[in-house]
Design a protein around this ligand. Structure first.
Ligand SMILES: [Zn+2]
Ligand SMILES: [Zn+2]
Length: 399
C-alpha cells in the first residue's frame, strides 16, 4: 500500500500500480514515493485516484491504461491542481511536461476489453460512480478485481456497476457503516425546496463538484421552468461528456439539460447570472471556483438558499458552513444568513450496497480500501470471507 488510494500489484513478472492519487487538501497530501512500475491502471478521473500519475510517469515512463474520457478529464484536473499549487505556493510534485508525457503514454480501453499484460490478462468492467469509471479484473491463474470507486444503482448520469465473480476483491469502503437515503426521495425533496425558494422570491445557489454531480443536477432540473445558469469547470466536463455519449445512461437528457441552462462565459454574464433564479456552479466544497462570487450575493438574503449536493471534507468551507454557519471568502470570515440545506446524491455505494456487491462477487479474499470507517464492513463480512484492512507500506500476499 502506498497511500489512501494507490496499490502496487506484483504478478506475472510485472509491477502494476492501480491508481496513484493525492488528497487535494490545503496543503495537498501526497502518497509514499512509488518504486519502479511497468504499468499504471487508472479507474477514474478524481484527483485522489489520478493526481500523482504524472509523478510516476516522469520517473518510470510507464504506460497508463484507462478510458479515453477519464484521460481527458484527468488531464484537466492535473493542470488545475498544478495551477492551484502555483497560486498557493505549495510544492509542485511534477510539471506541465510530465502531464504531457502522461497523456502520450495513455492506452485507451473500453468496457469489455481484455488486454494482455505480460503473462496476465486484464478485463475492464463498468464501475458506475462517474462516467468512464472502470474496474479492472486481473487474471493470473486466479482472478483479482480492483474496483476503484463504485456505485451499484443507476443514477441519472451513469449505469450501475455489476458484481463480477472473482477470487480476490479489492474494493472501496467509503460509506462503510452508513446508508444513503432513498435517491428518489432526495431528488424530490431537493426539487421541492427549489420551488419553495423561487416562489418566495429567493435565489437558489447549488455548489456542485465539476465531475458528475454538476451534470446530474442539471439533468434533475431539466424540464423545470426556472431561469437557470451554469458556471465553472462543470461546464467543460458537461461538454466532454457529450463527446463520449457511450458512457452516459441517457445522453439525450444531458444534451437537453445543457440547452436548458445559460452558460456563464465571462464576467458580464456572471453579473446576469447573479440575477437568475437557479445557479449551478463549481466548486462543490465551496473552496474555490466561481461559487464564492455567488455566495456574496445570496449570503445576506434570508429568502435565498444554498443547497449542498456533495460530501464536505474536513477543513473545507463547505464543512464550516454546515457546522458553524461561516464561510471564508477571500480571507474574511463571513456569516451566512440565507437558508442552507444538504442533499445526499452520493456517487458511492453505501454499506448495504457494498455488502450485496461483495456477495455477488463471492470472493475468498477481500481488501477494503479508501475508507475511514472500515470496521463495520469488516464486522459484517469477515468470517464468511477473509477480510484484510490494509495498512500503509505493508505488503499482502493473495493466492
Ligand atoms: Zn471518485
Ligand atoms: Zn475516491
Amino acid at each position: 500500500m502506498v497511500g489512501r488510494m494507490g496499490m502496487l500489484m506484483e504478478a506475472g513478472g510485472r509491477s502494476m500500480m492501480f491508481e496513484y492519487g493525492m488528497s487535494p487538501t490545503k496543503p495537498p497530501s501526497y502518497p509514499l514515493p512509488a518504486p519502479k512500475v511497468d504499468h499504471a491502471f487508472l479507474t477514474h478521473c478524481h484527483l485522489d485516484h489520478c493526481g500523482m500519475i504524472p509523478w510516476l510517469t516522469s520517473r518510470y515512463d510507464n504506460d497508463i491504461f484507462t478510458a479515453p474520457l477519464t484521460a481527458e478529464i484527468a488531464e484537466m484536473m492535473m493542470y488545475d491542481s498544478l495551477k492551484i499549487a502555483k497560486a498557493e505556493g505549495y510544492p509542485e510534485p511534477y510539471n506541465e511536461d510530465d502531464i504531457e508525457r502522461t497523456m502520450r503514454n495513455v492506452i485507451p480501453l473500453e468496457f469489455g476489453d481484455v488486454i494482455e499484460v505480460g503473462d496476465l490478462e486484464v478485463e475492464m468492467h463498468r464501475a458506475g460512480h462517474v462516467p468512464g469509471a472502470m474496474m479492472f479484473q486481473v487474471f493470473n491463474g486466479s482472478s483479482t478485481l480492483y474496483t476503484g470507486d463504485i456505485h451499484t444503482i443507476n443514477t441519472r448520469l451513469v449505469e450501475a456497476a455489476e458484481p463480477v465473480k472473482c477470487d480476490n476483491l479489492i474494493i472501496e469502503g467509503t460509506y462503510g457503516g452508513r446508508l444513503h437515503p432513498d435517491r428518489k426521495q432526495s431528488e424530490k425533496a431537493f426539487l421541492d425546496k427549489i420551488e419553495e425558494v423561487v416562489n418566495r422570491g429567493g435565489k437558489v445557489l447549488i455548489p456542485c463538484f465539476a465531475v458528475g454531480r454538476t451534470q446530474e443536477v442539471m439533468m434533475l432540473l431539466n424540464g423545470t421552468h426556472y431561469d437557470k445558469w451554469l458556471d465553472g469547470m462543470g461546464r467543460s466536463i458537461a461538454r466532454m461528456y457529450m463527446q463520449y455519449p457511450e458512457y452516459l445512461i441517457n445522453p439525450k437528457a444531458l444534451r437537453a439539460s445543457r440547452r436548458a441552462f445559460k452558460e456563464v462565459k465571462n464576467a458580464q454574464m456572471r453579473g446576469k447570472a447573479r440575477k437568475g433564479e437557479v445557479i449551478v456552479t463549481t466548486g462543490g466544497m465551496l473552496d474555490g471556483g466561481p461559487v464564492l462570487n455567488y455566495m456574496k450575493s445570496v449570503k445576506d438574503d434570508p429568502l435565498s438558499a444554498i443547497l449542498i449536493t456533495g460530501f464536505q471534507a474536513e477543513d473545507t468551507n463547505g464543512r464550516m458552513l454546515l457546522e458553524k454557519g461561516y464561510v471564508n471568502i477571500d480571507g474574511s470570515m463571513e456569516k451566512i444568513n440565507c437558508e442552507v440545506q444538504r442533499y445526499d446524491f452520493s456517487a458511492h455505494a453505501d454499506h448495504d450496497q457494498l455488502v450485496s456487491f461483495v456477495k455477488g462477487c463471492d470472493p475468498q479474499n477481500i481488501v477494503i480500501m479508501h475508507s475511514e470507517s472500515r470496521e463495520p464492513l469488516y464486522e459484517e463480512l469477515n468470517g464468511r470471507y477473509n477480510v484484510i484492512l490494509p495498512e500503509l507500506e505493508k505488503t499482502y500476499e493473495l493466492e
